[in-house]
Design a protein around this ligand. Structure first.
Ligand SMILES: Nc1ncnc2c1ncn2[C@@H]1O[C@H](COP(=O)(O)OP(=O)(O)OP(=O)(O)O)[C@@H](O)[C@H]1O
Ligand SMILES: [Mg+2]
Length: 231
């Protein structure tokens, strides 16, 4: 079974003369534990692809299947609880880490766990374990304003991974980081993909990053124009 399947996925923003086809007929499958890069120039449709798979953006045409569940087929499928799917199956990491400023590093991770029904003491325990694994054990009680860019991004990663999502979607997660922190974040994503058997899709502009991935999808003008495999 695949973690992600898309079939003729198309996204058109707007209607009539101002309509923009941001994504056209995307077709691919991603296995559990697979690390996929999405490369392409600005405006080519990378974020659109990620947000359609992430159930944030309703596809205009085509199919999105997450962990065997068809969530969109010519628009959202009826009877699917999108919020719950997002919460339970998906983890997001964005370029801006979007941490909640008035919560500590640990509390930022706990929120994601408690929303999914974990008891407070369990959430406490798991959030500390996660932050420890990301070398942030000494930062659990710090507020985001007291963290470096790389540290904040690692907290955001801990939060995205907290519920062991089947699919992790990252939109330029290393763009705001220097080379070393960028590399650390990528190493970590790789390790966690394997450990949790999660599929990870990472949008990046950076061609130097490609060696990190099992597969590379190149997007141009809303179409997937090339697919390369590193394995
Ligand atoms: N909400 C929207 N409404 C209308 N057009 C949009 C919307 N979001 C994106 N677009 C258009 O869709 C196309 C693809 O945008 P998208 O954000 O997916 O590109 P991208 O590859 O992520 O670019 P970047 O590398 O700059 O982030 C662009 O032409 C963009 O202007
Ligand atoms: Mg984008």
């Amino acid at each position: 079974m695949y973690a992600v399947e898309v079939d003729n996925l198309t996204k058109i923003y707007g209607k009539g003369e101002t309509a923009v086809t941001a994504l056209q007929d995307a077709d691919f499958k991603v296995k559990r534990g697979e690390l996929v890069a999405i490369l392409g120039p600005s405006g080519s449709g990378k974020t659109t692809l990620l947000t359609c798979i992430g159930l944030i953006n309703e596809p205009t045409h085509g199919k999105v299947v997450i962990d065997g569940i068809t969530v969109a087929d010519e628009g959202w499928q009826g009877g699917i609880d999108l919020k719950r799917m997002r919460r339970e199956k998906l983890g997001f990491i964005f370029q801006a880490h979007n941490l909640i400023p008035f919560l500590t590093a640990q509390e930022n991770v706990m929120v994601a766990l408690e929303i999914n029904g974990l008891k407070r003491f369990e959430a406490k325990q798991r959030s500390v374990e996660l932050l420890d694994a990301l070398n942030l054990g000494h930062r659990v009680n710090n507020y985001p304003s007291a963290l470096s860019g790389g540290e904040s991004q690692r907290v955001a990663i801990a939060r995205a991974l907290a519920n062991r999502p089947r699919v992790i979607l990252a939109d330029e997660p290393t763009a705001a980081l220097d080379t070393e922190n960028g590399r650390n974040v990528m190493d970590l994503l790789k390790k966690l993909a394997v450990e949790n058997n999660s599929a990870i899709m990472v949008v990046t502009h950076d061609h130097r990053m490609v060696e990190n991935f099992d597969r590379i999808l190149e997007v141009s003008d809303g179409r997937i124009v090339a697919e390369k495999s590193n394995v």
